[in-house]
Design a protein. Structure first.
Length: 364
């Protein structure tokens, strides 16, 4: 075969394959976030790792964790349950992690806890700006807490010396810890997270009725070996096997640091049968991020950003339907290597979003 023809066919196959993979990556980010109504309590809770107060019986239980990539992937091997409450001082989180072998060996604060089996909380109280918080815990009740001013993929740096001041946590184990000779049932963890400790910038008010936060929960689960009566992460061919990542609201890829893909908490004062609706800001936020994702794909294929939304892949399916409600102003620089955009609700003009190619996001 003529070498130039071969090269052309190879490139066509490569780009077709790449385009298909890129489109699949985009489609994986389209699932609808989950929502949860956090019920207000007036009862004083003892943070002991148990849910035996009356208020906990009134809180709805999340029990439908999925693979972080979504429902099409393998279902979690073990069940996870989570529920929440709030009052004027704290957000309360209770998690119950079923597993037959409960083990852990990291006992220093702010060590890399996810190298053990762990439970992780991701919170973004401020929907308008970029910062968010992460709290991890293992069965020894060792805590790793950090703040990110923005996601890693946009140059965010984890501020690990930041701590959730006055955080309360406790672990309860139904079984035994680090004992490979028996079969365990579950370990549970209970948190009281002070509202005032979750605001690194600006004021620190407590949530108000009907307020929304972005939130997600993750469970990191490793396969294990037992050698000399000690647990360790399992190896094959001298390499540690990858962990499982089970979450409440799937991201679509193996990366928790996509806060725009988390679920939503709504703070309520009375029990309700239905889970909350998505917040009014969700549709415009979703449109902004979809444009952003498609612009990134366009640049990978064309080495520049598009100056017209109509040139983006899947414009008709995913952008055009939303444009009947929203007006997009796209400002792209001369060499088309960066852009910014503003999106406004055509009807109410109360909700506006700005987002640029570097991931700087603001909601007004």
């Amino acid at each position: 075969m003529n070498k130039s023809i071969f090269s052309l066919l190879f490139l066509c196959c490569f780009y077709n394959s790449y385009a298909q993979n890129a489109i699949q990556d985009f489609l994986a980010l389209q699932s609808i976030p989950k929502t949860y109504a956090v019920l207000k309590t007036t009862e004083s809770l003892t943070i002991d790792g148990k849910d035996d107060e009356k208020s906990w019986t009134k809180a709805k239980t999340i029990n439908n964790f999925e693979d972080i990539q979504g429902g099409d992937f393998k279902k979690p091997s073990y069940k996870t349950e989570v529920k929440m409450l709030w009052d004027s001082t704290y957000l309360y989180v209770y998690a119950k992690l079923y597993e037959p072998h409960i083990w852990g060996d990291i006992d220093q604060h702010d060590e890399i806890i996810y190298l053990n089996n762990d439970f992780e909380i991701f919170l973004k109280p401020n929907l308008q700006q970029a910062e968010y918080y992460e709290i991890e815990v293992n069965p020894l009740n060792t805590i790793f807490d950090l703040m990110l001013p923005k996601p890693y993929r946009f140059g965010g740096q984890a501020i690990t010396h930041w701590d959730v001041k006055n955080l309360k946590s406790a672990v309860h184990i139904h079984g035994s810890l680090n004992n490979p000779h028996d079969i365990d049932s579950f370990w549970s963890v209970e948190f009281a997270i002070p509202h005032q400790s979750l605001y690194a910038f600006g004021n620190s008010p407590m949530p108000k009725k009907d307020d929304y936060w972005l939130c997600n929960f993750s469970r990191v689960q490793w396969q294990h070996d037992i050698n000399n009566n000690r647990y360790s992460r399992k190896k094959e061919n001298n390499k540690i096997l990858p962990e499982d990542n089970w979450v409440w609201s799937p991201i679509g890829l193996i990366n928790m640091h996509y806060p725009e893909r988390w679920g939503y908490l709504q703070f309520v004062e009375q029990s309700q049968e239905q889970e909350p609706a998505l917040p009014d800001s969700y549709a415009v936020t979703k449109l902004a991020w979809n444009i952003h994702y498609l612009q990134q794909l366009f640049k990978k294929e064309n080495r520049r950003y598009s100056d017209q939304l109509t040139k983006l892949s899947l414009y008709n399916q995913y952008l055009l339907p939303a444009l009947k409600d929203f007006q997009v102003t796209l400002d792209i620089n001369k060499d088309k290597q960066s852009y910014s955009m503003k999106i406004m609700d055509k009807h109410s003009k109360k909700i506006q979003v700005s987002l640029d190619s570097r991931g700087n996001f603001d909601l007004y």
